[in-house]
Design a protein around this ligand. Sequence first.
Ligand code: COS
Length: 386
Amino acid sequence: MEYFLTDEQKMIVELSRKITDELIIPERARLDQEEIFPTEILKKIAEADLYGLYIPEAYGGFGGGVMDFILAVEEFSRGCIGVSVSFAANALGIYPVLAFGTEEQKQKYLPAIAAGTKQAAFGLTEANAGSDAGGVQTTAELKGDYYILNGTKQWITNGGEADTYTVIAMTDKAKGARGASAFIVEKGTEGFTFGKKEDKLGIRASATRELVFQDCKVPKANLLGKEGMGFIVAMKNLDHSRPGIAAQGVGLAQGAMEAAIKYSRERVQFGKPISAFQANQHKIANMATEIEAARCLLYATARTIDAGIKDFSMESAMCKLYATDVANKVANEALQIFGGYGYMREYPVEKMFRDAKILQIYEGTNEIQRNVIALDAIKKSAKQDK
Ligand code: COS
């Protein structure tokens, strides 16, 4: 398929592909098995100037948009989504500053993320606030020049590894979702600690930890936007970042399919390579078609966002939903083509199969994506009737 990428975008793909082939693929099994955070690979990504793809030039970035960013994420994900999510979580962590920060906050926090010398993370989820993002219990009480944060955030990607956190906390519990506010919290702030690293089914190279706030003193100047805007900041952030999860899905699926096709050409049974059997050919046909459909939806969504269209919740949810369902289907079929070998750690599809599952869960379960899409469609229909 011709996607009419610009010369710069072709360069992003080429650079990211090189990093994936030379650094991520050779290391992915070790990072997964030993649960090693990919610090060295992230440094190389930073050296290749890929951290600031979506950050304006004025803050040391490349000045691109979602399209530029997802091209890199897709390529890294072909190798390992444990690595690509560690890279992509920076965008989730820092976008609230980019979209809602004051000039001073932008000057202070964006350049280090653009350079990749600091990492970012986003703290929304809690034990009792998962799909129900409005149910956040962490509180932020204004006392003099500081907000005092108390509460625990759960399953935070890049938790402990990141330096800059955007955190959603309640400044007025009585107001529900409208009583939430967003804050920038720096690692090392008094009263801010981390839980142990979670032991996960997949994406084991990535770091997932609790963020613990105990009378944590956050300067008043670190409030993002206004008090009461926290839920909107979180929703806008998720709308903006869900294409990144779709890109992880497309990349993972591409990697799984490529591995399965190669294996099917090499594996001989009944005197023929198994690629000669129609049962496997049909699997390959379905994989190739669905991956391309997911990629089309992803690129169209990214371009819609970059074109400045204001409301893209539905498009964003659609590409996240479709691409991550495809990733799970493709990882499953690819493993089936590998047969018994696919179930063994020796081959990469075993890890891809484990990794793929989280894509249907994080940044909003696929059930939540369906809710977002359906409600949008129903709202549009009601509007047409008026
Ligand atoms: N953009 C802007 N505003 C939004 C919005 C969006 N995408 N989604 C909701 N809002 C606004 C609504 O318009 C509403 O505003 P008003 O109070 O002015 O009417 C307000 O936010 C509350 O919206 P709603 O009633 O729809 O909120 P719900 O509590 O029903 O939650 C869902 C909506 C389920 C979509 C939300 O909680 C969600 O996305 N959950 C998943 C969270 C998630 O992805 N977690 C994973 C985090 S991993 S980092």
